[in-house]
Every structure is written in C-alpha cells, then in structure tokens.
Ligand binder design. Sequence first.
Ligand SMILES: [Zn+2]
Length: 448
Amino acid sequence: MSEKRYWDEKIETLPHPQLIEYQTQQLRKHLELAWAESPFYRQAFSAAGVKPSDLRHLEDLQRFPFIDKAIERDRQVARPFLGDLTAVAEDEVVFVAASSGSTGVPTLSPFTKEDFDEFQDVQARLFWGTGMRRHDRYVHALNFTLFVGGPDVIGAQKLGALCIWAGSIPSERLLFIMKSFQPTTTWTTPSYAWYLGETAKQQGIDPARDLGIRRIIVAGEPGGSIPATRAAIETLWNAQLYDFYGISDIFGACAGMCPVRDGLHLAEDHILIEVVDPASGEPLQGDAPGEMVLTTLRKRARPMIRFRTGDIVQRYPDGCSCGRTHVRFKVLGRRDDMFIVSGVNVFPSDIEYVARNVPGLTGEYRVVVYTENHLTRFDVEVERSGDFQGADEDVADEVRKQIATRLGVRPRQVKVLAAGALPRATHKAKRLLDLRGSEGTSSRGENI
Ligand SMILES: [Zn+2]
C-alpha cells in the first residue's frame, strides 16, 4: 500500500474557492447556533445590530463584535460553571480543558463528544504533516492536568504511532524514558527543548547520538519559527523542529508546520483567521503583521466568534509547495509583550533572532524595558558561553549592531553576563522585564 501524503487530502488541498464556500456555509450555521443557543451571543449580536442572516460573505463577519479573554472570563463568572458563551447543555459536554489562569480565573474550554473527536482528528492531521507515521514512537511530555495539549496524544494514537503518555515529569525521568524507549518524536516548548538537551549533556547523554529523537514539535513560544533558535535546537538534538500553535480556547494545536517548515498551516476547515490592527481592531490584509482573531466553524460546545487571541502574527500571502491550500502564518509574539521604541514595534523574539545568532553567546537573553525622560528605552542582557575567549565589549557591539540592523532601533545598553546568570525556564521563558510604570527607572531625578 502506498503511503498517503496527507492525512485528509480532500480537505487539506481543497481549492481556495471551494474552501471559502465551505467556510461560509459552516460559519453561517455556527452563527445561527450561537444566536439560538447562547444568551451572550444573542445579546452581543443584537447590541451590534447584526444577526446571522446578515452574513452573506466571509467579510461580513467583520460586522460582528469581538470577544476576548476578559469577556470569556466574565461570562464564566456571571453564569457558572461553563459560562453563557456555551451553546449546548452541560449533558452534551464530555471534556473541559482550562487555561493556566496566569492572568486571573482559569477559563474553561468545553467540548462535546463530536468536538473532541474532531479535535483529535485535527491533531492527527497536524502530526501527519510533520511526517509522523505508524512506525514512530511518540513520547507525549505535555501536562495532562487541565491543559488542552494533554489529550493531543490521542491524535497521535489515532494516526497509529506508538504513544508513551509521559506527561509533565522531571527532566531526569523524561531523559530516562527517552534513553530506555528510544522514542523518535516529542513535543515541548522551544525553551524546554533547549533546557532538556543541555540537561542531558550534563548527565553525560549526548541527545544527538544517544537518543532517538529526530522530530521535535514545539509550541507556546515564537522560538520554533526563529531560524537561529531552530538551528541551535536541531543541532543539539540532531532532530528536525516543527512549530505548532495551540490555544486552550479552541484546540491543543490549531496549526502546524508541514514538511516545507516555513509557516504554520491553520486547520481552516475548523477555524477562520482574521488579522487586525491591535489598536483599532481594523482588519489588515495580505502579510501585514497584526493581532490574530480566530473564529471556530464547528466547535459546538462553545462557539468562539471573533476571539482576539493577543498573538501578533504574519500571514503568508502565497500558497505552499506542499500542496496544502490552508493559510500559513507565523507568530511574532504576544501583543502584551510588544513595546514601541521610537515608533518601532519590538518583540522579545526580535532580540532572540540576534541572541541566538551572535557567536560566543549561550542564546539566553532578557529584555528590560523602562522609561527614561518619558521615552521608552530597552536594555538587552545576554550571556557569554563558557568556552568563549573574546572580549565582552566586542560581543556587546555585535549584538547592538545586529539589533539596529534588524529593527532600526538600538538598545540603550547590552550587558554581557556570565554563562548561567539568567534564569532558565523549564516551560515558557519569561524574556521581558517591563519596568515601565514602576518607580525604579535609572534616570529618575536626573532632569528634575
Ligand atoms: Zn505546506
């Protein structure tokens, strides 16, 4: 039997006009469901002067109101326990995930049985797109506690891979599993992939030689789409990196890289993407970077209509040579981590491009943002690698120069620290220290 190239060829390669037609039909049905079954949506649509029958073309969605995390949380508190964005009775719900709650009350993400099955089918599709097949051994090392990425392992099983349900376990234990069972594939954050590889080396295990991991799926941070970060992790592990994007409000993974590994294909038969100006909410066209707004097309338990993700993305305007027709995008960073210096939008990930690129550095970095004379400034902290012989000043100059070339603005200071001086992340790295609004800025008093 010749191996199929796509998990679901018909859907994944649907010609664009048919895809639009399919999305329009699904969206109309989905809006009708939200209108009929969710008190919140009926009220919100009415307040905006729109109803589902106003949607004739996909663009008409722009007339419908946005929702965001705050609304999701408020409606959950107002109507416990699932909130009134929900469009089915609780009896139909078979699974809930919850967000980490790092900015307040954890928000729940309910699934009907059909939603959950479709979720896992999309996960299988995305795994398949990385080249994962039946002969692969997959160690699933994501958290199973409430986290929407936990059940993704079921998608890998659906595909036929041998799955090892490791969960979130200490690094030593995970390395033991990797050494004993020789899995070929794992999934983690870019920070943790790096950390785990370095930890292995400290224990005398060379990940590139002693472990069988040849495919690493990463998500949760922009690093998987930053070439220098990718190259560093791939060399450390002798593996190929595939970037995925997930969001607890929808699916564990909503989008993932194909073998071309340039941009993430969104599962457009389930989710509609808009890119909007983060300040005005106005839709942006083409490849202009902006905030990603997602709308579910089929998830019945809780339709998400125009959900502002807070993620700043860039769409790819052209098709992909893999043959998949679904849109590609890459994540540039979190809206809340973006800061503006002299009119230029800066993300910590912009600094990561440089920190991973300049020789003599460990690749770890931190960006410190502060106010000086009413202007936003930033410093960059990097670490020299243990075996580097060059002078700190030369490295700092190179970092400053490369940031200026990349961004058009330069950091006020580049501090070169000793290897290991910056905090190591085992999950999501906190790369931004924002001191604006605090009293501790360096220039306080200088100009009074
Ligand atoms: Zn592709």
